[in-house]
Design a binder for this molecule. Structure first.
Ligand SMILES: *Cc1c(COP(=O)(O)O)cnc(C)c1O
Length: 346
């Protein structure tokens, strides 16, 4: 579908077919050169470790059309490093950073007609995946892998501006085990949280579950599949824990908070401290910031309210981060990586 026919305004955060994906195969200890593929399907052996034992990791990042017309990726090296950490965590070979970055460049370049225009609030979302492909009936890691990246344009998470949503604390579910795989971006963590998230949505908690630390259930861990942060006065507070995923968005927001004159605290956050916060939110690549209107603790009956409208600090942080991503504000921390849309070699 040519760019003229894509209705950027009506894009949601959902799958949208594009022209190409990029693939590299790992076999006999080496990754192949990344190649373009027009077919969105992949043939997987029924006995593949990725299908049977959850040996799979993924990433998520965005490419933006900037005000000056350039197309830029946001901090892709961070995703490359995190994917390496996830791969190592579940016994998969690490994707070299150069290969990861080259594959990102390729997939954006060859889907450039799907990069939404500046100012639309939409972006081209990249989904890197590593999947264990080798057939193993016995429980063990594969010796063959597929690294692929597909791309699809996604709309702004919030269609009518950023809105606040309620979340729920339910101690009957954990998304990850203590010292388990919570700090890796692996599909298994997601399957493990589907039931809890589904129940939360069914009960009207649009923001899903706020998971507590799985060991003691005393500290705040993650908000669904996003990091949690709170604002108290002039302080940005975000949990430190063994079972949460280090979010690139959260890391960026901590830096921006510092730029804006806030102090930043990253430490265990006791549940009771939620009552002292002025603002609370979830953050991640998809929504950037998702402000929380209230947190309902089903076991204690406590309700922590932050108002139905996003607070001033959340708004400011959101405007700054999206401003840098779109080239509206200066890229002071050198976070943008321009995609070379012209070169003949790639
Ligand atoms: C991907 C993810 C996040 C957000 O990370 P970003 O790098 O900001 O997109 C947070 N928590 C979990 C569990 C995730 O999978």
């Amino acid at each position: 579908m040519p760019q003229e026919e894509t209705d950027w305004e009506s894009l949601t955060f959902g799958y949208y077919p594009t022209d190409y994906n990029v693939r590299s195969y790992y076999s006999k200890g080496v990754w192949s050169r990344p190649e373009l593929c027009a077919d969105p399907m992949v043939a997987v052996h029924l006995a593949a470790t990725g299908l049977n034992y959850g040996q799979q990791a993924f990433e998520g990042l965005k490419a933006f059309r900037c005000r000056d017309g350039r197309v830029c990726l946001f901090r892709p090296e961070e995703n490359a490093r995190r994917l390496q950490s996830s791969c190592a965590g579940i016994m998969m070979p690490e994707v070299p950073e150069d290969l990861f970055l080259e594959a990102c460049q390729l997939v954006v370049k060859h889907n450039r007609r799907f990069v939404p225009p500046y100012g639309s609030g939409a972006a081209l979302y990249l989904r890197p995946l590593v999947i264990g492909m080798g057939p193993h009936v016995g429980v063990s890691e594969s010796s063959e892998y597929l690294f692929s990246i597909y791309a699809c344009p996604v709309g702004p998470y919030f269609k009518r501006g950023v809105t606040s949503v309620p979340v729920v604390i339910q101690r009957s579910y954990d998304r990850a085990a203590p010292r388990g795989t919570g700090r890796f971006k692996v599909g298994g963590n997601y399957a493990a949280s589907f039931r809890a998230m589904h129940e939360a949505y069914e009960e009207g908690y649009q923001g899903g579950c706020l998971f507590l630390d799985p060991q003691e259930k005393k500290f705040v861990d993650e908000c669904g599949s996003a990091n949690f942060f709170g604002i108290r006065g002039k302080t940005y507070i975000t949990p430190q824990s063994e079972s949460i995923l280090a979010s690139v968005t959260n890391d960026s927001l901590m830096t921006i908070a510092g730029d804006l004159g806030l102090s930043v605290e990253r430490r265990p956050v006791p549940v009771e401290e939620l009552s002292t916060l002025n603002e609370a939110a979830a953050c991640g690549t998809a929504a950037v910031i998702c402000p929380i209107s209230k947190i309902v603790d089903l076991d204690t009956g406590r309700i922590y309210g932050y108002g139905s409208e996003p607070g001033p600090v959340c708004r400011e942080l959101y405007d700054h981060l999206t401003g840098i991503q779109s080239g509206r504000l200066p890229d002071r921390h050198n976070w943008l990586r321009e995609v070379d849309l012209k070169s003949e070699t790639t």
